[in-house]
Design a protein. Structure first.
Lengths: 215, 10
């Protein structure tokens, strides 16, 4: 494992921890899109089906369990916890996220590394992850005051994607037969979706003002 | 190779 991959996984882990921290200690999910969280729960459930068929390493297994468990529990908290769910911006979080799933499934049936159930599900999870952040970005744009934790959550998620791109470049040049077009293209699309947010985040950080996205 | 078929990323 190279440094980019490890740093990518760690920023992903931190992003989840920041979100759980917000939910557990502040008992608030204000500014967090349930639509995006539901998509992530579906992304990890469909991607990690190989948990039962392929053993890679203890690290790999533990991380998969963490991402599965955390994404499902975040959805549970936002939907059912009696205090947390009250802070959910339901009226603002209106992205029709289920509409994203059908094109992703069709694309996965057409473009996959192998036409098997696990591989189609794997490709589906990659396509869905690429667009899963969209409801969150739309919600951020509608929310007037973005709190620090929410801003940091999205920043960490974006950093995780960017580090994975560096990891692929590194692996391409250092490993033989390391070619994964589906992962790369969907990963790059996903990273580009964060570019706009990054721009405004760093502007507000540089100018030392509260993050506000243009309407 | 065998490694190519295994998804070792998260």
């Amino acid at each position: 494992m190279n440094i980019f991959r490890l740093a990518g996984d760690m920023t992903h882990l931190f992003s989840v921890l920041v979100l759980l921290l917000k939910i557990h200690t502040i008992k608030s999910c204000a500014g967090i899109s349930l639509k995006t969280q539901e998509l992530y729960a579906i992304v990890f459930t469909t991607r990690y089906l190989d948990l039962f068929t392929t053993y890679i390493s203890l690290y790999n297994t533990i991380m998969k369990l963490i991402f599965l468990g955390s994404s499902i529990s975040i959805v549970w908290y936002m939907r059912h916890h009696k205090v947390v769910r009250r802070s959910y911006d339901k009226d603002q979080d209106t992205f029709r996220h289920y509409l994203l799933m059908l094109p992703c499934l069709l694309l996965a049936l057409l473009i996959n590394e192998k036409f098997t159930f696990l591989e189609v599900m794997w490709a589906f999870s990659l396509y869905l992850e690429a667009v899963a952040i969209l409801p969150q970005l739309v919600l951020l744009q509608r929310t007037r005051n973005i709190d620090n934790l929410t801003g940091q959550y999205v920043l960490l998620l974006g950093a995780y994607r960017a580090l994975y791109v560096l990891n692929w470049i590194y692996r391409y040049f250092t490993e033989e037969n390391y070619v994964h077009w589906i992962t790369w293209v969907s990963g790059i699309v996903q990273t580009l979706l964060y570019a706009d947010f990054f721009y405004y985040y760093f502007q507000s950080w540089k100018n030392n003002v509260k993050l506000q996205l243009p309407a | 190779s065998v490694e190519k078929d295994v998804h070792d990323e998260l």
